[in-house]
Design a binder for this molecule. Structure first.
Ligand code: SF4
Ligand code: SF4
Length: 371
């Protein structure tokens, strides 16, 4: 299958340095079964709702209905005391298969646990610093920010899982990062720096493995996932998130590290200036993400990694001209018009992207719109 490169607006450039917003006044923690009472003192990393811990120390202030990626839900509001007080002592886990599984279980990270569970050997380990969508740079910046720690853990994984091939995959357009990798990777001769073209969908194992002709049992992690594992094993701070905030309606596009459960509006008001008042806010990518209309109540949680702020396009009347491009481009043999084979759909957005008739096939595939 031929992969394509997505067009990019050269005016949207990301700042090279990461900014930090780690001291919001209030945080909004999702989850039912609130485990603290109003005005109770809360410590950093304390379990305060059924599945969620507080990223700061402070006071339980009350509750509020907030918008998260998976919909509206009640949130516990914590008033930050800016002291970052913790109850537990730090532990340092050695990198062993048992410790990896225990740490992932303890931190309720079942998605990552699934990748490691019941495997004692991987033929290949692939770590990618790729984000598929345009104007998203999280995996690249996470590698740049933590390169020594991530290469050290990668090397340890290759030893304990006895992998035969170890690939660190970077796009060949990310030259700034390639130079940094070359400077550090020499210490790890069993890790191969592997460069790929800037083609859409190479961030998914299925397409990357086919491109690199990799066969066999493979552990596939992004640099974001590898950093999470490192933080669990070393009890390092896991209470922050790296966000890409980019778009043509912003004066400057930037990477920003924020506390989990911060209101998006607080971040935007403090660190970004909008240059066009007619804009849309899209979470997690123009190709695969979703629109947010209620900015005042949207909370940034673990599932948010990018915010694109794009000027509204002039309204185009959608009209199918039966050109068949959407069917030909589909990597999964889905017919986006008739929805034949829809169970195989990746919701990758390619069919909408190539459509010359401006038909919103993504919405059609989700059952929200007719063609
Ligand atoms: S929906 Fe768009 S891409 Fe698909 S056949 Fe119609 S005009 Fe062509
Ligand atoms: S969104 Fe679904 S139907 Fe459209 S190109 Fe991607 S996989 Fe195919």
């Amino acid at each position: 299958m031929k992969l394509i490169s997505l067009e990019k607006d050269p005016n949207i450039q990301i700042n090279k340095e990461i900014e930090y917003f780690l001291n919001p006044d209030f945080l909004y923690i999702p989850g039912s079964n609130i485990k603290v009472t109003q005005n109770e003192v809360v410590y950093k990393d304390m379990l305060v709702t059924k599945n969620y811990t507080s990223p700061v120390s402070g006071i339980a202030y009350g509750t509020k209905k907030c918008l998260f990626g998976d919909g509206w839900q009640k949130a516990l509001v914590i008033e930050n005391d800016f002291r970052e007080l913790k109850k537990q002592n730090k532990r340092d886990h050695k990198t062993t298969i048992k410790n990896i599984l225990d740490c992932l279980e303890e931190n309720h990270d079942y998605e990552l646990l699934e990748k490691f569970r019941s495997q004692n050997k991987f033929t290949n380990i692939i770590i990618t610093a790729i984000n598929d969508d345009v104007y998203i740079y999280n995996n690249i910046f996470i590698l740049k920010e933590n390169i020594a720690e991530l290469l050290e853990l990668f090397d340890e994984l290759s030893l304990i899982y006895k992998s035969d091939f170890n690939y660190l995959v970077v796009k060949n357009v990310d030259t700034m990062l390639i130079n940094e990798c070359l400077n550090t990777i020499g210490t790890y001769p069993n890790i191969a720096l592997t460069l790929v073209n800037d083609e859409y969908l190479l961030g998914r194992l299925e397409f990357l493995a086919s491109k690199l002709q990799i066969k066999g049992n493979t552990l596939y992690l992004t640099t974001t996932e590898l950093l999470k594992l490192y933080n669990y094993l070393h009890e390092r701070d896991n209470t922050t998130l790296l966000l890409t905030v980019a778009g043509n309606a912003l004066a400057k596009s930037k990477m920003i590290r924020v506390k989990k459960y911060t209101l998006l509006k607080d971040i935007l008001d403090k660190y970004f200036s909008v240059i066009n008042n007619d804009y849309q806010v899209i979470i997690n990518g123009l190709m695969q993400g979703y629109l947010v209309t209620d900015l005042n109540n949207f909370v940034v949680d673990d599932n948010v990694f990018a915010v694109n702020i794009m000027s509204d396009l002039p309204d185009q009347e959608p009209k199918c001209i039966n050109c068949g491009k959407c069917i030909r481009i589909c990597p999964r043999n889905v017919n986006p018009l008739t929805k034949k084979n829809i169970a195989n759909c990746l919701h990758c957005g390619l069919c909408s992207y190539v459509c010359p008739g401006f038909v919103n096939l993504r919405a059609h595939l989700r059952g929200e719109d007719d063609v």
